[in-house]
Structures are given as C-alpha cells and as structure tokens.
Design a protein around this ligand. Structure first.
Ligand code: PGA
Length: 248
C-alpha cells in the first residue's frame, strides 16, 4: 500500500523568521489527512521548520545535499548534517539544479546514494523540457534519467526513493500538465522501474507529479492511479493553500 506523499518545495524563499511564521499558521489549520505531508525548506530554515512542526506528523526535508561525507568543500552540506538537523527527505536532481548548477544524472545518483546511506529518502526529480515534449521523445528522456539516477542502487534502497515527475514546461508557469499527460508519464515511470527492478519493487515506490499544483487541480491529479502524491512549489509557500492541497 502506497501512502500518498505531498511535499512542498520552498525553493529559495523564506528566511528563518518567515519559515517560523508559516509553521505557526499552518499548525493552527492543521488536521490529520490521508496523506503524508512534508516541507522541503532552504537549509538555514530547517531548524525552524523542525521545531515549528513539533507535535504533528508533518515532516521536514532539504532541497540539496553534497555527496561526500565531510571535508574541505566550502559551502556544502552533508547527508549526516541534514539527518542530524531532522530531515527525513531530500530533493535531488530538480530541473532548476540541473539547469543552473550543472547537476547531471551521475551527480544525482551519487547524491541519492549518500542520502540513502544516512537513512534520508531521496526525492529524485525527472522531467522533460518543452522542446523534448514537442519532439515526442519525452519517454526516452525520462527513462535515461531514471537509469542514471538508479545506477547501482539495490531494490532494497530503491523502494525508499520517491520519484517526482516534473515536466519543466509546467514548473512555475501555471501550465499544469493534463491529468492524462501526467498519469501517462507516471505509468511509464512505473513500467521503467519494473524493467530496472521488478514488479514488487516498482509497486512500492511513490511517484509524484510536480508543476503548477494548486488547491484547484490537486484532486484530478491525485485521481490518476499511478500518481501517489505531488511536489508543490509556489502554492506551498502559503500555509492556507498548502493545507488545502494536503486536505484535497
Ligand atoms: P511549481 O513548482 O509548483 O511552482 O510549479 C514545482 C517544483 O518546481 O517543484
């Protein structure tokens, strides 16, 4: 049984004070839902978010990690540091990191392995650009991202990973993929996972959709049988909207 996971990705928004204010309001609204809820916060906000969600089952995650355990890597943060700070998930391979910070499939793979070693669950993002979608090769593109990301990861570890399908053309644009487009790709991802692992493994894995998810469209997205949750950017910055999304 896959328990749906709805995760907020705050990107580079909110300082620690604003993060604490979000949690204060969110806690006032919060009620138990059928989904697991998570906020992936900027690194400096993690302590405020962990503290702000105390007494609820809302989880805290990070948006990036470095794959080395420790060392002279100025500015980087290790999986152990995230774990000790209270993170249970970490996003890797978001298209913005691939585009602006040169994150390749190989780096995504190394980061995922470093997280798994510390018991943090990676949220591995995949998805095609508009150009690729127009050319009709989106399945090949996503398949090769998955092959790269899961290289050398055992099925025991793979089940701990979450996959977020985020078509780049739908991120922050207000242009949500149709439920059919999102559902078809998530089915294709599940089939690819069967190829890479086996049916039981693929069956356990959480596949999210991301890209302009809002309170108004979450139900139709979650209605698709192969979609087990969402990765929410803009709408997760507002506690009222995020609560409405997890209580869809
Ligand atoms: P969006 O971002 O919801 O603002 O489109 C989604 C994401 O990039 O994770």
């Amino acid at each position: 049984m896959r328990i749906p996971l709805i995760a907020g990705n705050w990107k580079m928004f909110k300082n620690p004070k604003e993060a604490a204010a979000f949690c204060k309001r969110f806690i006032e609204l919060y009620k138990d839902t059928d989904v697991q809820a998570l906020i992936c916060a900027p690194a400096v906000d993690i302590p405020a978010v962990v503290k702000g969600f105390e007494g609820t089952d809302v989880m805290t995650g990070a948006q990036n990690v470095y794959f080395e355990k420790e060392g002279a890597y100025t500015g980087e943060i290790s999986a152990d540091m995230l774990k000790t700070a209270g993170c249970s998930f970490c996003i890797v391979g978001h298209s913005e990191r691939r585009q602006y910070f040169g994150e390749t499939d190989e780096i995504v793979n190394r980061k995922a392995k470093a997280l798994l070693e510390e018991g943090i669950r990676p949220i591995i993002c995949v998805g095609e650009s508009e150009e690729i979608r127009v050319s009709g090769t989106q399945n090949d593109h996503v398949r090769s991202q998955l092959i790269g990301a899961f290289d050398g990861i055992s099925s025991e570890d793979a089940v701990k990973c979450v996959i977020a399908y985020e078509p780049i053309w739908a991120i922050g644009t207000g242009r949500v993929a149709t439920p059919e487009q999102a559902g078809d790709m998530c089915s294709f991802i599940r089939e690819t996972l069967i190829d890479l692992y086996d049916e039981d493994t693929a069956d356990e894995m959480i596949i999210q959709y991301g890209g302009s998810v809002k309170p108004e469209n979450i139900s139709e997205i979650m209605d698709m049988p192969e979609i087990d949750g969402a990765l929410v950017g803009g709408a997760s910055l507002d506690p009222d909207k995020f609560m409405a999304i997890i209580d869809f």
